[in-house]
Design a protein around this ligand. Structure first.
Ligand SMILES: C[S@@+](CC[C@H](N)C(=O)[O-])C[C@H]1O[C@@H](n2cnc3c(N)ncnc32)[C@H](O)[C@@H]1O
Length: 328
């Protein structure tokens, strides 16, 4: 299959991601970081787009089939970082926000799947639980689910709801092909909290003294040598599975883009240096930008050529990539 664009570091394909993935060789990428269209919420204005399936079950099957193909193109020690948000069923029957309005006036008045009345798969006001439905389907299909990371959004859009809590998080699942996979905690460690630094000091510590790695001290069983690494790793602590990262709008993109810091963390932790990162829903190219910033190659796919062009003009522009703020 002929790429839409290709240089030494970046390859972009224009088309349906499942169709394109079927053309890619086995074990040709080391890591996949992606955020597919969420269920029932948005019209990207392209025939064959995902997310507008007529039920959650159909959507889950689309995702299962797509990620089965991702599994084939991943190396055996590869990782998949899947960001996916949830949706509520309203059933109110009113047309919702529609990004395709300008491109396709004929679709004006279009009703999103989550707003269509009388659906058998949900009751009005139901939270659909889409991320977990997808995660379970991927597990059943052979993936190993390693983490459910909560992406907490400190600047989440306000919601005009008064009978439930506002949504301020999305899920980021880490999935692997098996038990052994490439993972490096060190580049994504974060500073120890003051509390854990204090807790790492030895029993019967001399007041006012800060103990360091290798220091002798009088412990419970007599003279001992302090092994700080057993309590507090010298490079910092495990960042844990709740990531507080602000959302970042991107001019020109009519959809939610992934924050660069989120993509960077996934790549630093889950892609070997010099490896290849895939995003089958490339959009504005956030994953590609994060990959380039950290010396990885990038393969992106998108159904919408305007988005590929936008990413080539901006985030993936060569030379002098705009790396944005240091954020890992
Ligand atoms: C949520 S956006 C991805 C945003 C991206 N992570 C970023 O940071 O810009 C989803 C993308 O999937 C694309 N898309 C939808 N259906 C597709 C399909 N069947 N094949 C390939 N791309 C598709 C849309 O055009 C859109 O760019």
């Amino acid at each position: 299959m002929k790429p839409y664009y290709s240089d030494d570091l970046v390859t972009l394909y224009h088309g349906d991601s499942l169709t394109v993935l079927r053309e890619l060789p086995d074990a040709s990428v080391d890591c996949c970081v992606t955020s597919p269209p969420y269920f029932g919420l948005r019209d990207y204005g392209e025939e064959g787009q995902y997310g507008l399936e007529s039920s959650p079950a159909e959507y889950v099957e689309t995702m299962r089939a797509l990620f089965a193909e991702v599994r084939r193109v991943l190396t055996d020690d590869g990782t998949l970082w899947l960001n996916i948000g949830d949706s509520y069923y309203s059933g109110r029957g009113n047309p919702g926000p529609n990004a395709a309005d300008e491109k396709q006036p004929a679709r004006r008045g279009w009703i999103r799947p989550v707003d269509r009345p009388g659906q058998s798969w949900a009751k009005p006001k139901d939270l659909l639980g889409i991320p977990w439905r997808v995660a379970f389907a991927l597990q059943d299909d052979g993936w190993t689910l390693r983490n459910d990371i909560i992406w907490a959004k400190p600047n989440a859009m306000p919601e005009s709801v008064s009978d439930r809590l506002a949504t301020r998080h999305e899920h980021l699942f880490l999935l692997t092909k098996g038990r052994r996979y490439w993972f490096d905690l060190d580049p994504i460690r974060e500073p120890h909290s003051d509390v854990s630094v204090r807790r790492a000091q030895p029993h019967r510590a001399d007041p006012g003294r800060t103990y360091r790695e290798g220091d002798p001290y009088e412990g419970v069983g007599g003279a001992q040598t302090l092994r700080l690494d057993q309590m507090n790793h010298p490079l910092g602590r495990n960042p844990g599975d709740v990531w507080s990262i602000p959302t970042q709008p991107f001019p020109g993109a009519h959809f939610a883009v992934m924050p660069q810091a989120l993509a960077e963390r996934c790549i630093l932790g889950g892609c070997k240096p010099g490896g290849v990162v895939l995003d089958p829903f490339s959009g504005s190219g956030t994953t590609g930008l994060a990959a380039a910033k950290h010396g990885r190659k990038y393969v992106g796919i998108d159904l919408n050529a305007d988005y590929l062009d936008l990413s080539l003009r901006t985030r993936l522009a060569q030379p002098g990539l705009d790396f944005g703020e240091a954020s890992a």
